[in-house]
Ligand binder design. Structure first.
Ligand code: AMP
Ligand code: MG
Length: 281
């Protein structure tokens, strides 16, 4: 049997150097054409599973409260926004909760780093999507020394405890690192500058972050190593090819939802009796 994407993409136990992980690979599918042909059916499957998750939390006498949280992390231009658009575009917006995390506000900074995260968690039956996340507090914060080491270092453990708590309460967390190469990022930044419809996506600050590429790769490797747990594993998504990124994350979400295995809720009324009432009305 073909390996699942969950197995193919889960971060290896011994990951140290992200530069050794090819960003243009496409494990699990032969070509762009094959992926493209499979996508319509996969989109339908994903939409059906999402509806079932949503229905399970709404109907019946004892609603289930499972939810799913997709965490997207990656360097600028790695495709976090594109993933939100293409992968979640097939889902019912009513069952989606999408949050993108920017630099914390004055108010957010007066609280612990998980405060704003907790407020953005998916409700029962929802698929939550984080475009950036609590991981920024061990990524940009670590690379740029925004707080001293004594403050960011304990966060790896705090994140593991937090995600364990989420799992215990019914939220399955799917963490995707969108892995692009430094060359590909350069191409994408130049493409933004060359297209009047993409200028709005360009941020001069992205070049300053780019200059810290090795420090970021090191911080990402540390995060992947220290917070990939059995309950909330990290997946490394080769993301130089947009088609593969969308295909792989769609597959991961389908496999995750299949494991969550939501059930259509039983009605809390008598179907036969209701049918009779409708016919007679
Ligand atoms: P973008 O996702 O391109 O709109 O940019 C959002 C910016 O917010 C990025 O430069 C992030 O590094 C920054 N950011 C997000 N979360 C945090 C955080 N917890 N602390 C500092 N900066 C953050
Ligand atoms: Mg940006």
């Amino acid at each position: 049997m073909a390996k699942s994407f969950t197995d193919l993409l889960r971060v290896p136990d011994t990951l140290v150097d992200l530069a050794k992980v090819p960003a243009d690979a496409h494990p699990g599918v032969k070509s762009k054409k094959d992926a493209g042909q499979a996508m319509p059916k996969l989109g339908e499957r994903l939409a059906d599973l999402q509806e079932q998750l949503f229905a399970q939390a709404r109907g019946g006498t004892r609603p289930g409260h499972a939810s799913v949280l997709l965490v997207l992390q990656g360097m600028d231009t790695s495709g976090k926004g594109g993933t939100v658009k293409h992968v979640t575009g097939v889902m019912d917006p009513g069952g989606l909760r999408i949050t993108s995390f920017k630099a914390p506000t004055e108010e957010e900074l007066t609280h612990d780093f998980l405060w704003r995260i907790r407020k953005a968690l998916p409700a029962a039956g929802q698929v939550g999507v984080f475009d950036r996340s609590h991981y920024e507090d061990v990524l940009v914060v670590r690379v740029r020394n925004l707080v001293p080491r004594e403050q960011w270092e304990p966060r790896y453990g705090l994140i593991n405890e937090f995600e364990q708590e989420l799992a215990d309460l019914g939220t399955t967390v799917v963490k995707c690192f969108l892995h692009i190469s430094r060359d590909e990022q350069k191409e994408r930044l130049l493409a933004r500058l060359a297209d009047p419809t993409k200028l709005w996506k360009y941020n001069p600050g992205d070049v300053d972050e780019r200059k810290l590429w090795p420090a970021y790769q090191e911080a990402y490797a540390a995060a992947l190593n220290l917070t990939s747990t059995a309950t909330a594993p990290w997946f490394v998504i080769p993301a130089d090819r947009k088609w593969y990124r969308n295909f792989a994350i769609t597959q991961l979400l389908i496999e995750t939802l299949e494991r969550v295995n939501p059930q259509w809720p039983p009605p809390d009324y008598d179907v036969a009796k209701e049918k009779k009432r409708v016919l007679e009305s």
